[in-house]
Design a protein around this ligand. Structure first.
Ligand code: ADP
Ligand code: MG
Length: 690
């Protein structure tokens, strides 16, 4: 959704010049670099090597030991290319101590042109012994002026390897050229970088100077120095991010003048009286925090975190009714059309009797209903609007927006959150997430918010029973599903893809639904996925909720928020394709009523891989059988996959750091956070996270 831009914009200050100031970078290459997020010299300097090759061991041929990575400098004695189509290239050289041969199995055309007999070259690679002679296969190579100076860019040093792309390679920025470009950038610009950390802070945190970090990140004198350099830059990055969070919170608070919304005496009590259940103590205490926030002129800036099924919606409705009674309009934003429609249906049934006007803005509504809805929002006639990011469109204007509620906040970027927020004078803000987020991520994603946690789920819930099964057990699995259906329950079957590709068996929802119809005769199978028109999606969901359809073949569009208490079975096909946190969310779709819920994770051995990979997948998935607590799972998932993957690209909201690594850098994060909030002279948000 590309909203993250400004939040990602950290770069080294003093190095804001465009990359075109560098030799060899014209419009073509600049465009290719922009494609990977590199526009300035600073961006380039922050472009972290994917890994390093330690070619610092320079030795003589005679002392090179088989199995070791070495660099030797030899004079070429003989060079030969095979006859095409073979691309093999071979050369023989000596450094006076002994002879050595080098073999490449591709690139002979380039190599033949590159090497001439008599050239002095440094070659790096792993030493092998072949037919009694020392040999390097596919060595990295570099020309050397004279035997005394092999000090290398590509050899003879710890050498960086950068993530390349086809687009970069097309402009000639292949690994060697890219490395040369980095050398130029570092040599020319590292000294120009403005180090904003004072000496005392650096000393306390054991961080190197910025200039040194920029050199050592790319061309480390020792491997360990590269990590020290990364940490220094990671701190700067985290600090910049925390400064922005502090600034965002301060500017919201500074604008002040949020509507004062006293506790509701009319709407909330009459809604509560008709609720089929009573609020849990956890819901009551979170509600009390929110009610207290709303009654103050300073804007509420609160995150409500609670595991799947913990009952966040009820709390949100309570807040919404309080706001409406206080004379404000309320906007509720959900990440998917499905969820928006579900909230709308629920609210309509609850709030219709209270005489409130509610609208839905998601996807393509009809022209006239949409016009009426927009009109009602602008003139204040509509009390509540539920929608997707369609709410962010400029045409959506409010007369008195007093409360913004964002459900499943982790699906939106920080930018989107703020965009909706800006539609009102200074509305109160409540964001909710079911993704239990480890502290380190919470402090980045939500570092500007106060936190409320729903610690317990409604009573009487049985933990979902989870099983991991290989695809070969399919018959038994669907036998079980049929039994559940016969008992009057409903089932989800989740597939990773919408349409079939040839390599996948039962991987697509379209093909899968057909097979399900065969295996579950007598039951109706509905299909929902992201490419269906919104109206059709909503219709199928309603049929599933009402029981006209008993089996829902679907993609991960049901991952968040969907609430059909009669569903007891969740089958996930190709479960190995999903992350643990995501599977936990999916599993949270069942076990929402009184009946026992079941989750079956069906895994397939990777195509072409042996059994061991299948076993690894099963072992990973087995975590879900033992752990029912979303927080513990999230931590495990984060450790297994790293932050970017964990949240998914779209969900990171600008926290795909270039250099910081969470949770590893948590110590740096805490320091950066303390520093940023100290500078801002602002009170840090209340945070009672572990
Ligand atoms: P989530 O936190 O995942 O958004 P929901 O708000 O959708 O959870 O609630 C999950 C289910 O629990 C819903 O069917 C809801 O009606 C029900 N529920 C919520 N609060 C209670 C409660 N206090 N007692 C019983 N059921 C509740
Ligand atoms: Mg929810």
């Amino acid at each position: 959704m590309g909203e993250a831009g400004p939040w990602l914009a950290w770069t080294v200050s003093g190095c804001e010049a465009p990359v075109t100031v560098l030799r060899g970078i014209g419009v073509h290459r600049a465009a290719a670099l922009a494609g990977v997020g590199i526009e300035t010299v600073g961006d380039l300097l922050c472009n972290r090597p994917r890994r390093y090759l330690d070619r610092s061991c320079v030795t003589t041929v005679a002392t090179a030991l088989p199995g070791r990575l070495v660099t030797v400098v030899v004079r070429v004695l003989e060079a030969r290319a095979d006859v095409p189509p073979s691309q093999r290239f071979w050369l023989r050289g000596t450094d006076g101590s002994a002879e050595l041969s080098c073999v490449w199995f591709q690139g002979s055309r380039y190599l033949r042109a590159a090497f001439a007999v008599g050239d002095l070259v440094a070659v790096s690679g792993r030493v092998e012994r072949f037919q009694g002679r020392l040999q390097l296969i596919h060595p990295e190579h570099e020309w050397v002026g004279d035997p005394g100076d092999p000090v290398g860019l590509h050899t003879g040093a710890v050498v960086p390897l950068y993530a390349g792309t086809a687009a970069l390679a097309e402009t000639g920025l292949r690994p060697r050229a890219f490395r040369a470009l980095m050398r130029q950038a570092v040599d020319g610009w590292a000294a120009a970088a403005v180090d904003s950390l004072d000496q005392a802070l650096r000393a306390r945190l054991g961080l190197t100077s910025l200039a040194e970090a920029l050199v050592e990140l790319h061309f480390p004198t020792q491997l360990a120095r590269a990590e020290a350099a990364r940490r220094r830059l990671a701190f700067d990055e985290l600090l910049a991010y925390q400064r922005r969070l502090a600034e965002a919170r301060r500017s919201r608070a500074r604008h002040g003048g949020s509507p004062v919304l006293p506790p509701s005496l009319r709407l909330v009590p009459s809604w509560r009286a008709r609720l089929p259940f009573t609020l849990t103590p956890a819901q009551e205490s979170v509600a009390a925090e929110i009610i207290a926030d709303l009654a103050r002129p300073a804007p509420m800036q609160r995150l409500l975190q609670g595991d799947v099924g913990s009952g966040k919606t009820v709390v949100a409705v309570l807040a919404a009714l309080t706001a409406v009674e206080g004379g404000s309009q309320v906007a509720i934003m959900a990440p998917t059309e499905l969820l928006a429609a579900q909230h709308y249906d629920l609210l309509a049934s609850w709030l219709g009797p209270l005489g409130l006007r509610l609208e839905l803005l998601a996807g393509q509504a009809g022209r006239e209903p949409r016009r009426l809805a927009l009109h009602g929002l602008a003139d204040g006639g509509v009390h509540l609007v539920v929608g997707t990011h369609a709410l962010l469109q400029p045409e959506v204007q409010f007369a008195r927006l007093g409360l913004v509620i964002i459900d499943e906040q982790h699906r939106f970027g920080v930018g989107q959150r703020n965009a909706l927020y800006r539609k009102g004078g200074c509305p109160h803000l409540l964001v909710m997430t079911a993704t239990p987020i480890p502290r380190s991520l919470a402090l980045t994603l939500y570092g500007d918010l106060d936190l409320s946690v729903l610690t317990a789920s409604p009573p009487g819930r049985l933990p979902v029973r989870t099983a991991v099964r290989p695809a070969t057990r399919r018959q038994a699995i669907y036998q079980f599903v049929a039994d559940q259906l016969r008992a009057g329950h409903r089932a989800y079957v989740v597939f990773p893809w919408i349409e079939a590709t040839d390599e996948t068996e039962l991987g697509s929802v379209v093909a899968g639904a057909d097979q399900l119809r065969g295996w579950l005769p007598g039951f109706r199978v509905g299909v929902v996925h992201g490419r269906l028109p919104p109206a059709e999606k909503a219709a199928v969901m309603r049929q599933f909720a009402s029981g006209q359809v008993q089996v829902l073949a679907t993609t991960t569009v049901v991952e968040v928020g969907v609430d059909v208490p009669a569903a007891t079975v969740m089958v996930v096909e190709h479960a190995e394709r999903f992350g643990l946190a995501q599977l936990h969310q999916l599993r949270g779709r069942v076990g929402r009523g009184d009946a026992q819920g079941y989750c079956v994770l069906v895994h397939y051995p990777a195509a072409g891989a042996g059994g061991s990979q299948g076993t690894a997948a099963a072992a990973r998935l087995a975590t879900l059988c033992q752990v029912n607590d979303g927080f513990a799972l999230a931590q495990a998932d984060l450790e297994q996959r790293g932050a970017g993957e964990f949240l998914g690209r779209r969900q990171t909201g600008g926290t795909e750091f270039r250099l910081a690594q969470l949770p590893t850098d948590r110590d740096l994060l805490e320091e950066a956070r303390a520093e940023a909030w100290l500078e801002a002279g602002a009170a840090r948000p209340a945070d009672n996270l572990g």
